[in-house]
Design a protein around this ligand. Structure first.
Ligand code: GLA
Length: 361
């Protein structure tokens, strides 16, 4: 039996830059998904500890795409694509068990997909290298499930390193582990899962992506990554929405580079203002925040955080703050109070340290 664990992630900075060929700085979480793959005699099936019942597909389901619950398509997607690629896929039973909260913007789907892809690679003896594992994991989400995401989540889930964030260039898919140990600077990374109901996530994500691509076309570049002077580019776009999208992406890429410089030099305090500027850019220019998220980010700042920002695709999900270690409890209480006062549901809070990427268990 092949058993692999792959983590969820937090993106420290660099939001909606991945599908613009830009830069991101995520870290892997200790939470993740464990996938087991074993040979079976009677067909292909998937079982999850988090849902009841087994999802089985017939042999024709590998080509015909039997209709399956969405979560199962993240698992069976790898089988469908391998089958399409002409790989003979003998019957298997796949079991998955995850402790990444779903719908929180912590990449529970990448943890699921990457753990399954790694376990299948071992079980079927595919011999995929790092680039092959990443490519297949991305295709599961983009082509099999049909979510137009940008690849960051799979990259960090596969390649994360304990005690490090991963500086990734999403154009050539190279990555560099950069030390990220806030405790050494007397800080903690506090995560607020706002539990805000995700609204319009899929449609809004796809719309942002289309807008960025349209802006790049009008600017005559292959992707917004190629623009360095945000205001000059904005002056050449006539649509107000595209101007805002371009400004966000170009300034966000620059903030990632600044954050990496700060981390390389061990100056964690410099991350604070970059986090906060990133949040303002997502709120005012990219317009992907919601009231719960803005409240969490502002409350963390007034409770002593040196910087705070929403992480992930937006329209809900998590906010991160770099908080002096001694003030973590008080900051958490302040966020809970602010949520109660605003009539929001109760948030869930935890501190996170950078963990390792996918591994055989
Ligand atoms: C989601 C997507 C990623 C990335 C982020 C925004 O998490 O899966 O590819 O685009 O949103 O940074």
């Amino acid at each position: 039996m092949a058993v692999w664990h792959a983590p969820g992630r937090i993106n420290l900075i660099g939001e909606h830059t991945d599908y613009n060929d830009g830069f991101v700085l995520p870290m892997a979480l200790p939470m993740g998904c464990t996938a087991s793959v074993e040979g079976a005699r009677d067909g292909w099936s998937v079982v999850s500890t988090q849902t009841s019942g087994t999802v089985s597909v017939s042999p024709s389901g590998l080509t015909g795409r039997d209709s399956v619950p969405e979560w199962a398509s993240y698992v069976l997607g790898a089988l469908w694509l391998l089958h399409d690629d002409g790989v003979e896929v003998p019957p298997v039973r796949i079991s998955v068990d995850s402790d990444v909260p779903t719908g929180a913007g912590l990449s529970s789907s990448a943890a699921l997909v990457c753990s399954v892809v790694c376990a299948l690679d071992e079980h079927l003896g595919l011999g995929l290298d790092a680039a092959g594992l990443l490519a297949l994991s991305r295709r599961v989400e983009n082509d099999a499930v049909g979510a137009p995401t940008g690849g960051m989540d799979q990259l960090i889930s596969l390649r994360g390193e304990e005690g490090h964030a991963l500086f990734c260039d999403m154009r050539d898919l190279t990555s560099e582990a950069v030390p990220f140990t806030p405790a050494d600077s007397g800080l903690a990374l506090l995560v607020v899962d706002t539990r805000a109901p995700h609204r319009l996530v899929d449609g809004e994500y796809a719309a942002r992506r289309r807008g960025c691509e349209a802006a790049a076309r009008q600017l005559g570049v292959s992707a917004l990554r190629d623009v360095t002077d945000a205001e000059e580019a904005v002056s050449r776009l006539d649509d107000e929405e595209l101007q805002r999208y371009a400004r966000h992406v170009v300034t966000e890429d620059a903030r990632v580079l600044d954050a990496v410089e700060a981390l390389r030099a061990g100056r964690l305090d410099e991350l604070g203002p970059l986090f906060t500027a990133s949040h303002a850019s997502m709120r005012d220019d990219f317009r992907i925040t919601v009231p719960e998220v803005d409240t969490a980010a502002e409350t963390l700042l007034s409770a002593g955080a040196i910087g705070s920002r929403m992480t992930g695709g937006g329209f809900g999900g998590c906010v991160i703050g770099l908080v002096p270690a001694a003030e973590v409890d008080a900051a958490g209480d302040a966020v809970r109070r602010a949520f109660a006062d605003a009539g929001f549901g109760e948030p869930s809070l935890f501190t996170a340290e950078a963990a390792a990427g996918a591994r055989s268990v």
